[in-house]
Design a binder for this molecule. Structure first.
Ligand SMILES: [Zn+2]
Length: 258
């Protein structure tokens, strides 16, 4: 494998399978990191040589979407399916398993959903404003490329998929647990309007691996005040600060259209 592909796979292994992360220290030989203090985002790059890209990378995520420098209609064809809920808390986020749940097609390439996880508040900002909650759908193609689709939430009517997951959110770091009777359809977390921003970035957690294709849905869907509060209580603040665009292409969907 080319070095870049190895790096991508290593990064994916961290987000997909890291069992018990920072809460208990250095599980699995990976250094502790967090969202504040001496092992917070400003220091991620110094915590381990494997995390150097967090400090030196020029294509980091997340970013502020108001910096868009191009406009275009990008069609993301999503084909998700219902799967039994398999969920874990890795000490940084709560994520559910995407295996068997379908995926998306980007520029003619199939990407399978690997996992989806949540951030409070949303990692992307729009002119400095962050929505209260977002979901990152992490996909991988046959050649190991990563594409992340982002859906965000604002306060309003409850979301049925979040409602189904709510009783099973692990409050503390935990191994994956499957609930065969709880079926979740990831598409229920997406807005009807599938217009996206698109740019090339990185994982937003150490090791901050680059060459990740990001699609950020423009339109938020809603979650109830109670749902947002519950996710915030479980996750705590787990949004990395926005990173410089450094001249990258950031394509915004056309105004108003969908
Ligand atoms: Zn994420």
């Amino acid at each position: 494998l080319p070095h870049a592909a190895v790096g991508l796979l290593a990064g994916l292994a961290v987000i997909a399978f890291e069992p018990l992360a920072c809460a208990a220290g250095t599980a699995g030989g990976s250094p502790a990191w967090s969202y504040g203090g001496p092992d917070g985002p400003a220091h991620w790059g110094e915590l381990d040589p494997a995390f150097a890209t967090c400090a030196t990378g020029r294509m980091q995520s997340p970013i502020d979407l108001a910096a868009a420098n191009a406009e275009g209609t990008i069609v993301v064809s999503v084909h998700y399916r219902r799967v039994p809920l398999t969920i874990l808390n890795n000490g940084h986020t709560v994520q559910f398993d995407g295996s068997g749940a379908g995926g998306l097609v980007s520029r003619g390439t199939d990407f399978d959903l690997v996992q989806a996880h949540f951030h409070t508040p949303a990692e992307y900002s729009i002119a400095g404003i962050r929505r209260p909650l977002d979901a990152h759908f992490v996909h991988r193609s046959a050649d190991g490329s990563l594409t992340v689709l982002v859906a965000s939430f604002v306060e309003g009517p409850p979301n049925p998929v979040l409602a189904a997951m709510m009783p099973y959110l692990p409050d503390v770091p935990s191994d994956a647990k499957t609930y065969p009777d709880i079926m979740v359809d990831p598409s229920g977390l997406l807005p009807a309007d599938r217009a996206v921003y698109r740019y090339m970035g990185s994982l937003t957690t150490p090791p901050c691996t680059e060459s990740v294709n990001w699609y950020v849905l423009r339109t938020a869907t809603t979650a109830s005040k109670e749902q947002i509060a519950r996710f915030a209580a479980v996750l705590g603040m787990n949004a990395r600060p926005v990173q410089p665009l450094n001249g990258r292409l950031l394509v915004a969907p056309p105004e108003g259209g969908s």
